[in-house]
Design a protein around this ligand. Structure first.
Ligand SMILES: Cc1cc2nc3c(=O)[nH]c(=O)nc-3n(C[C@H](O)[C@H](O)[C@H](O)COP(=O)(O)OP(=O)(O)OC[C@H]3O[C@@H](n4cnc5c(N)ncnc54)[C@H](O)[C@@H]3O)c2cc1C
Ligand SMILES: NC(=O)c1ccc[n+]([C@@H]2O[C@H](COP(=O)([O-])OP(=O)(O)OC[C@H]3O[C@@H](n4cnc5c(N)ncnc54)[C@H](OP(=O)(O)O)[C@@H]3O)[C@@H](O)[C@H]2O)c1
Length: 284
């Protein structure tokens, strides 16, 4: 009797869990502020990408009221982890009425997300000519591609100095970047692979615009006044030594692009490497 029951149970088809297309499993979630969180997930074995690139990720959308069918709801996301990492990391905004992030902000370890394994982007070392100093200019979640590039050995092989500026409205919005940079000091693997003390090449320049912090102001204004160069102890940007990558809101990107052109730098692309590259941190 017991045996028969066992046989029947085994033979019955197991209930199928709904499987997402290109599903990956969430392995870690951290909430930084009420507007920002980061998470890690499994990496598809076939996914190869260059540090700094982005992919489309998302969740299944709500069922269509007429057909009941669900379609994937996807958005562009910079991969915040470096190309060598076994997992993938993302750093995300929470837009309260945002179609994707109003849901994505509630993911938990073990949940599945959709990840289309087709990485693209301009914030890659291949798009820049050799130089002495690399500037990473970020606002808000525009820090994400630099979270990848700051953990990429090539960054330190190619440059003597790595300057990362991050401008946010509030101090709490700097925490993810601050912690990530601090953690590089004790990262045994990176110190081993790149060289002990590689992180000493980094000059970190966090600023806030709407909440008090040790350094206040937009990076653009601080550079125009010369204050940023003084604080950092570096010469103003010049086309011989300096290379730059920019990732922020549209107005920021346009402003810093014009400034870099004034310093004499030319925009590069994957197909035509030059002295700086730009990518939007979000669409408007
Ligand atoms: C190339 C590229 C890379 C991107 N990488 C990232 C990333 O790494 N992390 C990330 O959080 N977002 C990133 N985005 C934005 C992302 O694609 C989505 O817009 C975001 O996840 C919000 O999706 P949503 O559907 O909730 O709202 P949406 O309908 O997409 O956006 C609603 C509104 O929210 C605001 N908004 C959207 N994204 C942001 C943001 N990141 N920061 C501040 N305000 C925003 C805008 O005003 C937008 O109109 C990237 C966008 C592009 C084009
Ligand atoms: N951050 C928040 O607390 C908050 C809260 C609720 C809603 N939102 C909404 O979310 C959206 C995105 O906000 P966000 O704060 O993530 O990104 P954001 O508006 O792009 O601002 C990020 C940082 O970039 C600075 N900046 C903007 N334009 C610039 C330029 N041309 N040159 C140099 N620096 C520039 C901002 O300074 P300034 O402060 O001087 O503009 C701010 O410090 C906005 O639509 C906003 O209304 C934000």
């Amino acid at each position: 009797m017991t045996e028969m029951t066992t046989v029947t149970d085994t033979a019955a088809p197991a209930p199928k869990l709904p499987t997402l297309p290109d599903a990956q499993t969430v392995t870690e979630v951290k909430h930084w502020t009420d507007r920002l969180f980061s998470f890690r997930c499994t990496r598809p074995a076939s996914l190869r990408f260059r540090s700094g690139e982005f992919v489309m990720i998302g969740l299944m959308g709500d069922p269509d009221p007429k057909t009941g069918k669900q379609k994937p709801l996807l958005r562009a996301y910079s991969i915040a982890s470096p190309s060598w990492d076994e997992e993938l990391e993302f750093y995300s905004i929470k837009v309260q009425d945002g179609p994707l992030t109003s849901k994505l902000q509630h993911i938990e370890v073990g949940d599945q997300i959709i990840l289309r394994p087709k990485p693209v982007g301009t914030l890659v070392h291949d798009a820049l000519l050799p130089g002495k100093r690399i500037w990473f200019f970020a606002t808000g979640t525009g820090f994400a591609p630099f979270a990848s590039l700051l953990r990429e050995p090539q960054t330190y092989e190619d440059y003597d100095e790595v300057i990362i500026t991050h401008t946010c409205r509030e101090a709490g919005e700097l925490q993810y970047g601050h912690d990530l940079i601090e953690a590089l000091k004790d990262d045994e693997l990176l110190n081993d692979v790149i060289g002990d003390g590689f992180w000493k090449k980094i000059k970190y320049y966090p600023t806030t615009t709407r909440e008090k912090s040790p350094k206040m102001g937009r990076i653009t204004d601080l550079m125009r006044k010369g204050e940023a160069f003084e604080d950092l102890g570096v010469a103003p940007i010049n086309p011989q030594d300096d290379r730059a990558m920019v990732c922020g809101n549209l107005a920021f990107n346009l402003e810093i692009k014009a400034m870099l052109e004034d310093y004499g730098l030319e925009e590069g692309a994957n197909s035509k490497p030059a002295q700086y590259v730009v990518e939007k941190a979000f669409l408007d």
